[in-house]
Unconditional design. Structure first.
Ligand code: PAF
Length: 256
C-alpha cells in the first residue's frame, strides 16, 4: 500500500506534462469515477493498487452522460471525502474541467448503435454515447495498462469492453464484482440521496431480482413493493433491472 498522499492534478496541462515525464517503466492502473466515492470504488482502487505500480483516479462529473439536467445538478460533489476513501491506494488524482475534456464542446463523440440503445440506453437516450466518449478521452489522457470497472454497471462494462476491442485500445479492461451493503443493496453514489425510509425499502430491489421466478414476476413484485420499474430483463443468465424509488434511480443485476 502506498502511504504517501496522492498528487492532485486540477488541470490537464500539468497532468499531461507529468504523464510524459514521470511514469516511464511503471505499470498504471486507472479507475475513472465521477466522485462521491464509496466502498465499491475503494474495491476497484484496491484491485488496481494490487496489480499496478501506480494508480490514477479520475474525478470528473461528465455532463454528456446525463440526459436529465436535474440529475446532473444534484450529483454529489464530495472531494474531501473522496480523497479520504482513496487514501493509501491512489498515487495520482486528475480532476479536469469540463472545457478541458470537451475543448470543442460535444462535437465529436463515440456512438455504439445497437446494444447501447437497449436496457439503460432505451431509458436514458444518449447516455452511453456520453460514457463511451468520456472513457475514451480519459484513457487517451491516462494511457493506462489496465482500467477498472464495476459489474454493477454491467451494460457500461460490456460497452467499454466492446469499444476497447473495436478501437484497438491497448488498455486491458478489468471487470470487478459488485460490492453490496449488508442488506444486499448494491453500493452506488445515488444511494446517498435516498431518505432513511427509502433506503430501508431499497433492499427489496436486489432480493426480488434474485428470488423472482422470471423477469415478468420480478417486475410485478417490484411494483407491489412500491418501485417504479423501468425494466427487468433476463439476458445470458443475468437478470438486469432498473427502478425508481422516490425519484432516485437504482440499477442492479444478478446472476441467475
Ligand atoms: O461509472 C461511472 O462512474 C461513469 O460512467 C464513468 C465510467 C466514470 C464515466 O463518466
Amino acid at each position: 500500500m502506498n502511504a504517501r498522499p496522492p498528487k492532485l492534478y486540477p488541470n490537464l496541462a500539468e497532468w499531461r506534462a507529468a504523464r510524459s515525464r514521470d511514469f516511464m517503466g511503471q505499470s498504471i492502473g486507472f479507475v475513472p469515477t465521477m466522485g462521491a466515492l464509496h466502498a465499491g470504488h475503494r474495491a476497484l482502487l484496491e484491485r488496481a493498487s494490487a496489480e499496478n505500480d501506480r494508480v490514477v483516479l479520475s474525478i470528473f462529473v461528465n455532463p454528456t452522460q446525463f440526459n436529465d439536467p436535474t440529475d446532473l445538478a444534484k450529483y454529489p460533489r464530495t472531494l474531501q471525502e473522496d480523497l479520504a476513501v482513496a487514501r493509501g491506494l491512489v498515487t495520482d488524482v486528475i480532476m479536469p474541467q469540463d472545457t478541458e475534456v470537451y475543448p470543442h464542446g460535444y462535437r465529436l463523440r463515440v456512438s455504439e448503435n445497437q446494444f447501447s440503445r437497449e436496457l439503460e440506453g432505451a431509458h436514458r437516450p444518449g447516455h452511453f454515447d456520453g460514457v463511451l466518449t468520456v472513457v475514451l478521452k480519459l484513457i487517451q489522457l491516462v494511457q493506462p495498462h489496465r482500467a477498472y470497472f464495476g459489474e454493477k454497471d454491467r451494460q457500461q462494462l460490456q460497452l467499454v469492453q466492446l469499444m476497447a476491442q473495436d478501437l484497438f485500445l491497448p488498455t486491458e479492461i478489468v471487470s470487478c464484482p459488485t460490492v453490496r451493503a449488508d442488506d444486499g443493496l448494491a453500493l452506488s453514489s445515488r444511494n446517498q440521496r435516498l431518505t432513511a425510509d427509502s433506503r430501508a425499502r431499497a433492499a427489496h430491489f436486489p432480493r426480488i431480482l434474485r428470488e423472482a421466478s422470471d423477469a415478468a414476476s420480478a417486475t410485478r413484485e417490484l411494483g407491489f413493493a412500491g418501485f417504479d420499474v423501468d425494466y427487468v430483463e433476463d439476458r445470458d443468465g443475468v437478470r438486469l433491472g432498473a427502478v425508481r424509488l422516490d425519484g432516485i434511480r437504482l440499477i442492479d443485476n444478478v446472476r441467475l
